[in-house]
Design a protein around this ligand. Structure first.
Ligand SMILES: Nc1ncnc2c1ncn2[C@@H]1O[C@H](COP(=O)(O)OP(=O)(O)OP(=O)(O)O)[C@@H](O)[C@H]1O
Length: 242
């Protein structure tokens, strides 16, 4: 029998007319967004523009108030658990268990997803993100950047169809930025779709081919991310925000 929550779409991410309301706050106001296998899409915009809320909907964490959202072929409103299984999500804040070590986080993730032969990938990712020496230290003592790096590792660990990275570069050192760029490139190369929300426009341009600019909960532009590079890009971007 076919799965009624599995929608027929060629897109890895397909968002039509998304609205999210928190009481009187209208955080997302009619956003449309599509991303295909191998795409890298940056979500840009000022504080409060609706980037993290959109990411939370795509991760199956916040339900849409209105609109149809399909992620990896699953409708987020009908089957948020299937969406959670299909995506790798690095939230903008939180998500780590303070009393658990990086190794325990990865162990739990592997068990929940019934992954075989996960240990060598776990070790490799931890080394690449410069977390090898602290893999058995509880995360409560981690710096902000260390926590960010581990959150990216956890999101990418199971090689998800859709990788959602919310502020992955925030406070992260150059080693972490390079490792994150590599993970984004590898995910796209194997046919995963990547969405990155960030305030660091130059890194967004490097990681993604497309940029969606949000303002006040609405998408004001979808453009080739190269158009946002350099001084001319700064001018274009400011023009979209003002
Ligand atoms: N749980 C919530 N309850 C009430 N309002 C919320 C909630 N989450 C988000 N909002 C509001 O929704 C709007 C969009 O917030 P969101 O976090 O999506 O913005 P953002 O673009 O990610 O901002 P930033 O760049 O600061 O992270 C803001 O006005 C915010 O205060």
């Amino acid at each position: 029998m076919s799965d009624p929550t599995h929608t027929r779409t060629a897109e890895a991410v397909d968002v039509r007319g998304l609205h999210v309301r928190f009481g009187s706050v209208h955080a997302v106001q009619g956003v449309d967004l599509t991303a295909r296998a191998g795409d890298g899409t940056a979500l840009l915009g000022r504080n409060g523009a609706g980037k993290s809320t959109t990411m939370r909907v795509l991760a199956g964490v916040v339900p849409p108030s209105e609109g149809v959202v399909s992620v990896a072929g699953h409708d987020v409103a009908l089957d948020p658990m299937a969406v959670k299984r299909a995506v790798g999500y690095c939230p903008d804040v939180g998500g780590l268990v303070p009393r658990a070590t990086p190794w325990e986080h990865l162990q739990l993730s592997a068990r929940l997803r019934r992954m075989d032969d996960w240990e060598s990938r776990a070790r490799d990712l931890l080394e690449r993100f410069d977390l090898g020496e602290v893999m058995h230290r509880v995360t409560s003592g981690f710096s902000h950047g260390m926590g960010r790096r581990l959150s990216v590792v956890l999101a990418a660990f199971h090689e998800p169809e859709v990788l959602l990275l919310d502020e992955p570069f925030d406070g992260v050192d150059p080693t972490g930025v390079t490792a994150t760029m590599d993970v984004i490139g590898e995910t796209r190369a194997r046919g995963g779709a990547v969405l990155v929300s960030t305030h660091l426009r130059e890194l967004a341009v490097e990681a993604c081919s497309t940029a969606l600019v949000l303002r006040g909960g609405s998408a004001v532009a979808r453009l080739d991310s190269a158009e946002l590079a350099g001084e001319e890009g700064t001018r274009v971007y400011r023009g979209l925000l003002d």
